[in-house]
Design a protein around this ligand. Structure first.
Ligand code: FAD
Length: 562
């Protein structure tokens, strides 16, 4: 293997010079109108590349066929990298980051971890940088620990769907999910990982016992609540800014076999939100609580009939959704076969306190896997029609409870005239059940709503399903939130300037930027988030901070370098 690598070095160096020559001549960075190239490439650019090309990896570094890493699910941002690393070991990742860090002022190279590339605005891309294809990292093998507090150690490039299938073999499963499981552990832990279980268990970042991280200086650190907790907290929800997660220890619980999956409609937002809030506050509730908004939809209940059964088919036939603003409560209760004789009664009890429109109650019984992997079914259908690989201008907002009524009145009553461009999710979570200290920022209140506008745009359409129209609508929503001081935060945030990022983080900005100086002092990592610019040198303040890396912001003792 090594011989083979050595033989290819000369070829790589040649390729690098050709590639850097091409990069110097063409602007390959982006088709995005707001992108401004940082500075013209320095004479050191080619030198930096040849230094990379000389490196020997357990995996490999490629300077060719990198176009696929200049794309993401959002489909709107395209930053061409210089090279893609396909790591086979953590030391591959550490060496490449260390090398770039040591080049210091001589290079503008940056590094980004790419999970499954399901970001929306170029967050997993690096203009002229090195993209690390995390799915290539297969170590460690997934290893399960059963007992009172079961967990699994996984590579951060692992997809959640694979973790689900493997943990079920042990009768276990992670506690907190995203709605879609074809995402990587590192990708969701860098954001939060929020779904219908978050009201009870917190987001995915609250269900991690330990991480292995490669920092922006290339050091490999193991961190947890007890060990180097400052780095642990920084990385969780840290938007890839403080380190590359290479391994995660995920909390598990006994997995149920079956799920009762239920939908019911409301026409009054106040009644709907009251019921949702009551459910998330109750000790004995459903295991999953979400909801969505439906505006001016024809034949809604007919569509549901392919997967759900109506509790009252005759009355349901009379129900019309056309021209109306409706709110759908979506809940699920997990159970095992030995509970089959009383599960229906349990559900009737839970539903008896709710005030949905009686004729719109629909139920379904599915396996636990089918329930969790439900979005993949839609993905396959959309792929068949060529509608998966379209631009996805998504807007995800966290809205404090005290503002949600005003928001609903204006946005669902005025700004949106229909929801035909994609689902609009809406559900509350209770932060008092979440852990504190991660990098994720949320509104100031205990209860806040996740409201997600998950639109798909039809390429080249100039109508209501076109990109421009959807983006304008989202901007109107953001403008309204700003004008009315609703105290919202963006989830999967996206901003263009550091000023906007400062406003996003609020008082937490000081901690966030200080942590950056400690763990990624040259701002090498995740440039696609556009929070910090790659730096050319450390100033005195950074050197001071960096020499206290050993203490972290929490004053915990020195990092373990493994
Ligand atoms: P990527 O897009 O590859 O990366 C995202 C960011 O994380 C980048 O900045 C990247 O540099 C960084 N990153 C990736 N891996 C690592 C690593 N190992 N270490 C450090 N940084 C890393 N989110 C929810 O919370 N709840 C949902 O229900 C939900 N549903 C979704 C449904 C669909 C269909 C899609 C496309 C997305 C959904 N998301 C949801 C959003 C999703 O969680 C984020 O887009 C996530 O970042 C995607 O994961 P990924 O593996 O593709 O990450």
């Amino acid at each position: 293997m090594i011989n083979f690598k050595q033989n290819t070095i000369a070829l790589r160096i040649l390729t690098v010079f050709l590639v850097s020559f091409t990069i110097n001549r063409k602007n390959l960075c982006s088709n995005h109108p707001f992108f401004t190239p940082v500075k013209s490439p320095s004479v050191h650019f080619a030198t930096a590349h040849s230094s990379l090309a000389e490196m020997i990896f357990d995996g490999h570094l490629s300077f060719e066929n990198t176009e696929h890493t200049a794309k993401d699910f959002g489909g709107r941002y395209h930053f061409m990298p210089s090279a893609v690393l396909y790591p086979k070991s953590v030391s591959d990742i550490s060496s490449v980051v260390k090398n770039i860090f040591q080049m210091g002022e001589t290079t503008e190279l940056t590094v980004v971890a790419r999970g499954h590339g399901h970001s929306l605005e170029g967050q997993a891309q690096a203009h002229r940088g090195v993209v690390i294809n995390m799915e290539s990292l297969r170590e460690p093998e997934m290893s399960f620990h059963t007992g009172i507090m079961p967990y699994v150690d996984v590579s951060a490039g692992e997809l959640w769907i694979n973790i689900l299938h493997k943990s079920l073999k042990h009768g276990l499963a992670p506690k907190s999910w995203t709605d879609y499981l074809h995402l990587t552990v590192g990708g969701t832990l860098s954001n939060a990982g929020i779904s219908g279980q978050a009201f009870e268990h917190g987001p995915q970042i609250d269900n991690v016992y330990q991480l292995q991280v490669v920092t922006g200086t290339g050091e490999v650190v193991i961190c947890s609540e007890e060990q180097h907790s400052d780095l642990f907290h920084a990385v969780l929800g840290g938007l890839g800014q403080f380190g590359i997660i290479t391994r995660a220890r995920i909390a598990l619980e006994p997995a149920p076999k079956k799920v009762k999956w239920i939908r019911a409609l409301y026409s009054d937002f106040t009644i709907f939100s009251k019921d949702q809030e009551r459910l998330i506050a109750s000790e004995n509730s459903f295991n999953y609580i979400e909801g969505f908004v439906i505006i001016n939809r024809t034949g809604l209940l007919d569509n549901w009939r392919s997967s759900f059964s109506s509790k009252d088919p005759i009355q349901a036939n009379q129900f019309t959704s056309e021209g109306r603003v409706l709110f759908c409560l979506e809940v699920a209760k997990y159970f095992n076969l030995e509970e089959s004789d009383h599960i229906d009664k349990d559900i009737d009890n839970l539903l008896s306190d709710l005030n949905y429109i009686q004729s719109t109650l629909f139920l379904s019984e599915v396996s636990y896997v089918d329930f969790l992997d439900r979005v993949h079914v839609s993905e396959l259908k959309l792929q068949e029609k060529g509608l998966w690989e379209v631009p996805h201008p998504w807007l995800n907002l966290l809205i404090p409870r005290s503002s949600v009524h005003l928001f609903a009145k204006e946005v669902f009553g005025n700004i949106l005239s229909d929801t035909s461009n994609g689902p609009v999710l809406i559900y509350p979570v209770n932060k008092s059940r979440w852990k504190n200290g991660t990098s994720m920022v949320t509104p100031a209140e205990n209860v806040f709503y996740l409201i997600a506008f998950l639109s798909s745009a039809i390429p080249s359409s100039t109508g209501k399903d076109g990109l421009e129209h959807i983006l304008t609508q989202h901007q109107r929503i953001l403008n309204f939130c700003g004008r009315s001081n609703l105290g919202i935060k963006q989830y999967l945030p996206h901003y263009r300037t550091q000023e906007e990022w400062k406003a996003h983080f609020g008082t937490f900005w000081e901690v966030f930027s200080k942590r950056k100086s400690i763990y990624d002092p040259l701002a090498i990592l995740a440039p696609g988030q556009r929070i910090f610019q790659k730096r050319r040198h450390l100033d005195n303040e950074d050197l001071k901070l960096n020499s206290s890396v050993d203490k972290g912001l929490d004053g915990n003792p020195s990092k373990d370098i493994i």
